[in-house]
Design a protein around this ligand. Structure first.
Ligand SMILES: C[S@@+](CC[C@H](N)C(=O)[O-])C[C@H]1O[C@@H](n2cnc3c(N)ncnc32)[C@H](O)[C@@H]1O
Length: 257
């Protein structure tokens, strides 16, 4: 494959061919990158949460510096043969990353934003999946509707940045546990850090970031206690508190069935 052949076969300009070639040589074997080069307008038309490298020098302008956060999550480098469920996937950064690391199957789920309830939509996920030539599957499903019957069970489950949006956090974790076969990686906002006992702040209004979708702030013993209550036998703190958002201390927990 070379620039001349790409130009001829795909009828693209030399510059587009160079970008495509670069993308072809940097993507994992499992992906078949599309020949589509995203136009600046199609990127700008979307409100992005994640910064996703689409190849050819295009990175989506997410409000969160997702690549900077990624190392704190402790996602295993190699996921070969594993099935992965990404709950609250939004633009899909972590789903595409799981696929890049070799996961056999990845299902991205979301509900609030994908259903039009937030300031983002599913458009970013759809565009990124197309450009990356990704095979990540998607399903619009509320956390409380997750079950082996609705989505199946997965070797590895991601639950990043969602717990504190739950009105019923323990019930939500019960649903998450029901679809986890081996391991859960959970990232959440925390509160009540001065308290040694399991404790959780409740936010009935918009007290956190003027966002009424934030409902609770557990402390680390509370997260650990809830995870054990819903059936995880071993829970560790992988990293944190992390302060990517100054008003919101975050921690990453790993839990095993
Ligand atoms: C702060 S974003 C986190 C996005 C991504 N997981 C990350 O860590 O970068 C919270 C996500 O949870 C989703 N969400 C909120 N409530 C939900 C619910 N009840 N069911 C499913 N997804 C929900 C939102 O739509 C949004 O995509």
């Amino acid at each position: 494959m070379n620039v001349t052949k790409l130009k001829r076969d795909l009828k693209v300009t030399g510059r587009q061919a160079v970008r495509l070639l670069k993308r072809l040589t940097t993507l994992p074997q499992s992906r078949q990158p599309s020949a589509e080069v995203p136009s600046p307008n199609s990127i700008a038309a979307i409100t992005w949460f994640h910064r996703i490298d689409l190849g050819g020098g295009t990175v989506t302008p997410g409000v969160e510096d997702t690549p900077a956060k990624l190392p704190t999550f402790g996602i295993p480098e190699h996921l070969d043969g594993l099935s992965v469920l990404d709950i609250g996937a939004w633009d899909g950064f972590f789903s595409f990353e799981a696929e890049r690391r070799g996961a056999r199957r990845v299902l991205a789920t979301d509900h609030f934003c994908w259903g039009g309830g937030g300031w983002g939509t599913q458009a970013g996920f759809d565009l990124a999946r197309r450009i990356l030539g990704s095979k990540v599957e998607d399903k619009r499903v509320d956390v409380l509707d997750l079950s082996p019957e609705t989505v199946g069970v997965f070797d590895l489950v991601f639950f990043f940045g969602v717990l504190y949006h739950m009105r019923h956090p323990l019930l939500a974790l019960e649903r998450v546990a029901s679809v986890t076969k081996e391991q859960l990686i959970l990232e959440t906002h925390l509160d009540m850090l001065d308290c040694d006992r399991p404790a959780m702040a409740f936010y009935p209004g918009s007290e956190i970031a003027q966002d009424s979708t934030n409902w609770c702030g557990p402390n680390p013993p509370m997260v650990e206690a809830m995870l054990k209550t819903v059936g995880f036998r071993k829970v560790i703190i992988h990293s944190g508190p992390n302060y990517f958002v100054p008003y919101s201390p975050r921690m990453v927990f790993h839990a095993w069935k």
